[in-house]
Design a protein. Sequence first.
Length: 157
Amino acid sequence: MAIIIQPWRIPEEGMEIEGEEPADVLALEPDGLIQADGPLIYHLRLQYVMNELIVTGEVQARVVFSCSRCAEPVVQDVSDPAFMATRTVANLHDTVDLTDEVRESIILAFPGYPLCRTDCRGLCPRCGVNLNVERCGCRPSAKENWTALSGLDKIEV
C-alpha cells in the first residue's frame, strides 16, 4: 500500500513503471463527503541523476464527490497528467516512498465545485427538494432572498 522506489534499480537511461495501489492509499475519510471509488493508477518515468530522484508521469483515481448544488453523489476520474516529484537521495540503497507526493497531487486535482451535471438545478432553498427530480410549490420572492443582508448598511466599523 505504498509507492516505493528503489533508486539502485534505475538504469542510467531511466525507466518507466506503472501500477495500481488500493484506494486506501489516498487516506480519505471513510464516511466523508469525498471517497475513493477505485484504485490509484500511476504511470511514472524515473531517473536517478547525481543523488537526485526525478519522477514524472501521470497519476489518476476515481473519486465520489457530493454535488455542490444538489448533494447527490458524483463519480469523477481525477488525474494529474503532469505529475512531477524530486527527492534528494543521500544513499543509493535507500528506498523512497512517493505515496505522499502522489496523494497530494490527486487531492490538488479535485474539482473545487463538483457538479453532477452542468445544468444541475440544486435544492430548493425553502423546502429542500431536489429540483432535478421534482418541482416544488415554493415561490421565493426577491425581497425574502435579501432580508438577511438588509441591515448591513447600518453596521459601524
